[in-house]
Design a protein around this ligand. Structure first.
Ligand SMILES: [Zn+2]
Length: 142
């Protein structure tokens, strides 16, 4: 199984979180040993720096994953034909040529619709599909 993170992403996150946790712990113990508020300020600042480092580690993890998913998404979408923005086939020509629409289940389509590729559906008039409770496909808009 592949992950969206590289070894560099994992290492960066691990280092930031580990260093942040240590800095946080140092600040925590520094504060816990000081009864006076004025003496707690400096170690509290150290603890806050630790929390910021831990947060930066997880933020880098999240952003690296998001970036990798976006890159994979662009690659996959480049492989998918852009059927939504392609001009819709001529309805009348389809109807005359094939005498109806193709459908099964919830939708019916024009014969040229990409959603009907490799389907062994029989063309039937629109009324048959509508009586069967099917609705027009959103891609080919029959
Ligand atoms: Zn369709």
């Amino acid at each position: 199984m592949t992950t969206p993170w590289t070894r560099v992403d994992v290492l960066r996150t691990a280092v930031l979180v580990a260093v942040g946790a240590v800095v946080w712990a140092v600040g925590w113990f520094g504060v816990s040993g000081e009864p006076a508020l004025s003496d707690q300020i400096a170690p509290m600042n150290v603890a806050v720096l630790g929390v910021i480092l831990v947060g930066a580690g997880y933020a880098s993890w999240f952003l690296a994953g998001r970036r990798a998913v976006g890159a994979r998404r662009r690659v996959v979408l480049a492989l998918v034909p852009d059927v939504a923005s392609a001009p819709a086939p001529d309805v009348r020509a389809d109807d005359v040529r094939h005498d109806g629409f193709l459908g099964s289940g919830r939708l019916f389509h024009r014969s040229g619709c990409a959603m009907t590729a490799d389907r062994a559906w029989v063309a039937e008039p629109r009324s048959v599909h509508e009586q069967a409770g099917r609705v027009p496909c959103g891609v080919c808009r029959p």
